[in-house]
Structure formats: C-alpha cells, structure tokens
Design a protein around this ligand. Structure first.
Ligand SMILES: [Zn+2]
Ligand SMILES: [Zn+2]
Length: 387
C-alpha cells in the first residue's frame, strides 16, 4: 500500500506542480478563491472523489470524499488556497492546497483495502475570515477523526504552537472646536486614543512574554486646525492560550477607558474572537516526522524562542486531533513578504509540497490501518486540556 501511495503521488507530480503554479499566478483573497477551489475540486473529481461544492454556506469551500470499507476513521487533508491582499501568494497557500490534493490522491489509491474515509476539505479564508471556524460551526468537519495539513516556512518542524487571538475595534467621541482660537471648548478624541496607545505601551511590562498587542489608527481627525471629535483604531490581542488572551484583552480595553476618562471623550469598543491556539497532536506529529525522515528530509530542532502567529487550524485542533507541520522552502524568509512569495514558486518549494503530500498520506495510512496508533492519537487528544 505504501508503495502504491508514493507511486500515485509521483505519477501526479506534474499535475500538482502545474496547479501550484497556476494558483500562484492567480492570487484570490479570502472567500473569493473561485478559480482555485474549482480547479482543486475538478482535479479531485477526476481522481475519483465525490465532491460537494459550496458547503457550509461558503461558495469557495468544498468537501471531497472517497469512501473505503465500512467503519474505520475519517482522515481529512485540509487545503488552504487564499492569497493575501496586494502581495499575492506570500504565505504559500498554493503549496498547501496542492499538497492536500496530492495526499488525497495518494491515500485514495489504497482506499479499496481500507476501512473509513479519505477526505480533502477545501477551507477558504485562512488569512482573514476564518473559513475553518465557520466550517466547524456549520458541521463541515463531521465524521473526521484526524485533520492533517502542512504549511511552507523557512524551517522544518513537525509541530509548533500558535497564538489564540482577539480583535478589538475602538472609537472615541469628543467635541470639535477651533484648534487655535477655542481649543478649550473641544474634547480631543485623538488625545484619548493616543493615551490608549501610551497606556498599552506601559501595560506591556505587566503582560506575559507570550502576549502580543498590536494596532493601527484607522481614523485620527479631519484637519490639524480642528480638535478631532472622533478617533478610531483597530487592535489584535494574542497569547499562547485563549484564557490569557481574553484577560490581556480586558486590560487593553481598560487602557482605552483610561484615555477616555482623562480627556472626557466617550469610549466605544467592539471585540471579536479571532483564532484559537494550536493544540498539536503529538502522535500524529511524531508519525509525520518519522515519515519525513525516512524520506531523507531533515527536521529542525525546535527554536528556543518560537515566532508564531495565529491560524484557524488552531480552532480545528481544539475539536479534532490535528497536525500542522512546517516544511522549509528556503532560508531566512519570513511569511507575508515578497521574498516568500517568490520562494513559493521554486523547485525547492515544489519538492516540499510533494514531500508533504507523501508524508501526510502515509500518516493518514497509519491512522486507517493501525488501531493502536489511532488509540494513541485519541488519548493524546483527550489528555490535553482545552486552552
Ligand atoms: Zn499567512
Ligand atoms: Zn498561511
């Protein structure tokens, strides 16, 4: 079975690379991935999958399935395919989705000898909008026992945490006045907002090392000679677990209240839950790493200081045993940069994508054939407390 899986992925290599190039050349942002999702769904159908398009009320989401024998676990490979505004495929999602397609094609060739289901889920809007969160809420992950995906990076790691996040929008309302003639009659909403930023700067000393607070001013007044009667900003507040992220969020909101009190402005705010923290499944990550090393791919040592963002795969990992490993496509290139976008179109990137397809397929095979392993995956998942 192992040989048949690897052979099927090798046989599809040209098709996968061609699609990775095509998606890279046609970047589509969150929820607008019309071509990418169609190309992937078409390819899956051609390889024998039954595809439901536009699931979970999301036109660019899909669920592709090959049923093996009755009973057995559902193994899903997750495909992200959204690009970033303006900068294009600077997060390399053209490689994520084609690796998921390759893994699906590979494992599906073994399906007749297995029990369970092989799935490829098309999950839109990772970069904004949280397609996976909506799909989880709307039942699109039903019947899935293990969720696997890979992400390109400038390092190779089988597991890495990600941060839980909240979004915060604030608005200060004051009173306009002539800024030179009668400033004492105004209430300066921008001053209130600047005080909020200063308060956050002071707050940092009292926050845990894993906390992140970052924001921008989205409106700061109409003209220098008018005391601003309105000021608005948008923040992200993150931490290693959602409990602490929430507590940090409350402190940040208080920074805004203090600015309002000091200036006499009124304060309004709106919070939105971002993504949950990643809970990597250790047995799945170890199996992935073992297959990676069998293929001669070196795995890096975990860094002393992790640098990380947030992803909607975190939300999936809190509900279903999940693995979100990273494969290097270059050195010293951070995501969301022009350099990373160019790196996502190189031979090295395509090799990483094909290797990820194979290692995910073999890890999926472990889940479907080794009941003791599946038991380990499940007990590791239940042992972890939801963060
Ligand atoms: Zn990204
Ligand atoms: Zn990404």
């Amino acid at each position: 079975m192992r040989q048949a899986i690897l052979q099927a992925i090798d046989d599809s290599a040209d098709e996968l690379i061609d699609l990775a190039r095509r998606i890279h050349a046609n970047p589509e942002i969150a929820f607008q991935e019309v071509s990418a999702s169609r190309w992937l769904a078409d390819a899956l159908e051609q390889h024998g999958f039954t595809v439901q398009r536009g699931i979970a009320d999301l036109p660019t989401a899909f669920r592709a399935e090959v049923a093996a024998g009755p009973g057995g676990p559902g193994v899903a490979f997750l495909a992200e395919y959204d690009a970033l505004p303006e900068i294009g495929h600077a997060c390399g999602h053209n490689l994520i989705c084609t690796a998921a397609l390759g893994a699906g094609i590979g494992l599906a060739t073994a399906a007749s000898g297995l029990a369970g289901k092989v799935l490829v889920l098309g999950t839109p809007a990772e970069e904004g909008g949280g397609g996976k969160v909506l799909m989880l809420q709307r039942g699109a992950f039903a019947g899935i026992d293990a969720a696997l995906m890979f992400h390109p990076a400038d390092y190779t790691l089988t597991a890495r945490p990600s941060l839980a996040s909240y979004r915060l929008k604030v608005k200060f309302l004051g009173k306009a006045a002539h800024a030179a003639a009668k400033p004492y009659e105004g209430i300066n909403a921008l001053d209130a907002l600047i005080q909020m930023f200063v308060n956050i700067g002071l707050l940092r000393q009292q926050l845990r090392d894993d906390a992140r607070v970052h924001g921008i001013i989205t409106y700061g007044g109409a003209a220098p000679n008018i005391i601003p009667d309105r000021a608005e900003a948008s923040f992200s507040v993150r931490a290693a677990d959602s409990g602490y992220a929430k507590r940090a969020l409350e402190k940040v909101i208080n920074c805004g209240r203090a600015g309002a009190t000091a200036t006499g402005a009124t304060f309004e705010h709106e919070t939105q839950k971002g993504y949950d923290a990643m809970k990597p499944n250790r047995p799945l990550a170890d199996a992935f790493g073992r297959h990676l090393q069998e293929m001669g791919w070196a795995v890096d040592l975990p860094p002393q200081r992790q640098r990380m963002g947030s992803t909607d795969m975190g939300d999936v990992s809190q509900i279903i045993p999940s693995v979100h490993p990273y494969l290097a496509i270059g050195k010293n290139i951070g995501g969301h940069t022009v350099e990373f976008r160019e790196a996502a179109l190189t031979d090295r990137a395509f090799q990483a994508m094909l290797t990820a397809a194979k290692t995910m397929a073999l890890t999926g095979l472990d889940v479907m054939t080794d009941s003791a392993f599946l038991e380990q995956v499940r007990s590791d998942f239940s042992a972890g407390v939801k963060s």
